[in-house]
Design a protein. Structure first.
Length: 637
């Protein structure tokens, strides 16, 4: 009888073999050697279900090997077994019968419908095991609405009584809808970019960007945060997942910050915010960028380019907050020795492969081709890194990690397909938009404010792509009815869906960072919110100044809103941390709060009276602090 350790090893080996088969299969499709797309996607979903099932058992065995005392282990094992049987058998049945099911829909046989229901159930069970009860419950509620919406007593939400075959076609048996709809994104666009990101980590990108962060940190007060800001931001931009990035890079950056004087809560908050920045940073945009492109029916690269200026403003806001906090807490510059050889040896591998991916994306090549080229260049160049050349085991482990990440993300997209499909097929989005329009007043700013609050609430505890899908399907039609252009509405809700990973009471990124730093969850979340306040300005900025999303077709018109946002980020950081040249007392902090409030009002209204008031308030506040800079005024905290 196999021991738990041997069984774990064999499951991981089988998983890797299946993942390699899937990688080769998708690689063949990249070059147009697979003609029937419906068979291709049904095969993809089947293999993803097999791999996700293996990961479920792997996780259970790891609990046993690590002697983690989790409740209901045997019950979870039983649930994993049932989910595996239903998901694998159901997706296998669809794969074998793809062409027949596609030709007869929605007039399925009763056995087909039964298999469809069982397959959807199996997928949701696997999603529960890997992504938790909150997301799974949300999907179940929406799917039940599709089946039983005719029983809803409110006319605006009431549905006709759909035939079961019609519903199950849109949920699972239609190989172009439901579970297969967003699976196309995983196979065509996401897969090789995630593998590319994993390979970059395998060749040493994390060490390189940490060393680059040290270069900046040696020149700036409180510079120990810059390996996190730069390193976590770059790594997260290719990883695309905030919580995973906190765990990956935080193990290095958080102890470094603590050793240089940062409080535990603040060290965790900086890492959480820096990792979150990757969700809005091209080229991957936390996976949600691909969904935005799908919803808007535009090439993905146009979404990625539009996101560049707001993403850089996000980093500038975080940097303002960190520098002012460091000066207030009188932290020192870093004194760590920089391994410049690591930078020079590893940088060509990273830069050439990453640049090639960006150039291909900008040239409107498919993300799959860009990812394949990036992988080939990274693997081909890494042997030239000298003593920093990765070992074969490191490359293999990175490849396996990439397979695990892409499997879980693919499962996520498969699982939320029925949710998104239900919103579209039942017109639930417009139904909810009509209800919201009736409740909220006819003010664009109040509509945006209400949307922000709802987006933060709906996104709590959900993965970024799911949070975006939920809030976009719910709120974008509502914003469009308020006269806001589609791309602006999508980006607005996307930003606040991303921010929801840092907002209490859930704040999953802050929770992960607090566990690594040893700080408190609430303290980490509060410090994270202080840093994030500088970035809450950005979505309002690009709604009222669409030129902020116009990169690369920019003009001088983009300069005033950028400068104003930078000013507001600085002034809001001064308010949060009570420091400008010296410690500020509360009346002085209130004066800078007035600067921020008037500046924000000018950002969205552009009235001359507000501009005059901003200039006067800024001059008085700054002038007073300079005049009294030699006084030892301690802020009342």
């Amino acid at each position: 009888m196999l021991s738990a350790e041997n069984l774990h090893r064999k499951i991981l080996l089988v998983f890797t073999v299946l993942g390699t088969i899937l990688t080769l299969y998708i690689g063949i499709s990249v070059f147009g050697l697979i003609s029937n797309s419906k068979i291709f996607y049904s095969t993809f979903v089947f293999l993803v279900m097999c791999m996700a099932s293996l990961l479920a058992f792997k996780d259970l065995l790891e609990d046993r090997l690590k002697k983690v005392q989790r409740k209901f282990w045997k019950i979870r094992l039983g649930i994993a077994t049932v989910g595996t049987i239903l998901a694998v058998f159901g997706s296998g049945y669809v794969r074998i019968n793809t062409l027949r099911l596609d030709s007869v829909h929605p007039f399925f046989e009763s056995f087909d419908i039964t298999i469809g229901v069982l397959m959807v159930t199996g997928v949701l069970i696997l999603n529960f095991l890997h992504w938790g009860w909150l997301l799974t419950s949300l999907i179940v509620i929406v799917v039940c609405y599709f089946f039983f919406g005719y029983l809803v007593p409110y006319p605006i939400l009431q549905l006709p009584q759909y035939d079961v075959g019609f519903v199950i076609h849109y949920l699972g048996l239609g190989v172009s809808e439901g579970m297969f709809w967003l699976a196309r994104l995983a196979a065509d666009k996401l897969y090789f970019l995630v593998i590319f990101a994993a390979i970059l980590l395998g060749v040493g990108m994390l060490k390189m960007v940490i060393e680059i962060g040290k270069v900046t940190g040696r020149r700036v007060q409180g510079g120990a945060a810059f390996p996190a800001i730069i390193g976590s931001g770059i790594v997260a931009s290719v990883m695309g997942q905030a919580v995973s990035n906190v765990v990956l890079t935080g193990r290095l950056t958080i102890p470094m910050m603590k050793n240089h004087g940062y409080r535990k809560d603040m060290a965790g908050a900086i890492e959480a915010v820096a990792s979150t920045s990757g969700q809005i940073m091209p080229p991957i945009l936390g996976l949600a960028g691909f969904v935005i492109a799908l919803f808007l029916n535009i090439p993905y690269i146009e979404v990625a380019l539009a996101a560049l200026i707001p993403a850089l403003l996000f980093l500038s806001g975080t940097t303002f907050g960190v520098i002012i906090c460091a000066k207030h807490e009188k932290l020192e510059q870093m004194k760590d020795v920089v391994d410049t050889q690591a930078i020079w040896r590893m940088f060509p591998t990273f830069f050439i492969s990453f640049a090639a991916v960006v150039i291909l994306l900008v040239g409107y090549y498919s993300p799959a081709i860009a990812g394949v080229v990036g992988i080939a260049l990274a693997v081909g160049l890494c042997p030239l890194q000298g003593r920093y050349r990765p070992k074969l085991k490191e490359m293999y482990d990175a490849y396996v990690d990439g397979l695990i990440i892409v499997t879980l993300l693919s499962l996520l997209l498969v699982a939320i397909g029925p949710l998104a499909q239900t919103f579209l097929t039942t017109n639930l989005s417009n139904r909810l938009a009509i209800m919201l329009v009736k409740v909220l007043p006819e003010s664009q700013f109040l509509l945006l404010l209400g949307t922000m609050i709802v987006s933060l609430f709906l996104g709590m505890g959900l993965p970024t792509p799911v949070a975006y899908v939920v809030v976009s399907l719910t709120l974008v039609p509502f914003l469009q009815q308020g006269g806001i252009e589609a791309i602006l509405a999508h980006f607005f809700v996307f930003y606040f869906a991303v921010f929801s990973t840092l907002t209490p009471p859930v704040a999953v990124s802050a929770l992960a960072a607090a566990k690594l730093s040893g700080g408190t969850f609430l303290g980490t979340a509060i410090d994270g919110m202080k840093l994030m306040l500088t970035t809450f300005i950005i979505p309002y900025g690009f709604v009222y100044h669409p030129e902020l999303l116009s990169f690369p077709d920019i003009s001088w018109a983009v300069a005033p809103p950028i400068l104003l946002i930078l000013l507001l980020q600085w002034s809001s950081s001064v308010v949060c941390y009570g420091y400008f040249i010296r410690d500020l007392n509360w009346p002085e902090r209130w004066s800078f709060l007035a600067v921020t409030a008037v500046g924000f009002s000018y950002l969205i209204n552009e009235r001359n009276i507000e501009l005059i008031a901003l200039i006067v308030l800024l001059a008085l506040s700054v002038g007073w602090v300079f005049r009294t800079r030699h006084r030892h005024v301690v802020a009342d905290r």
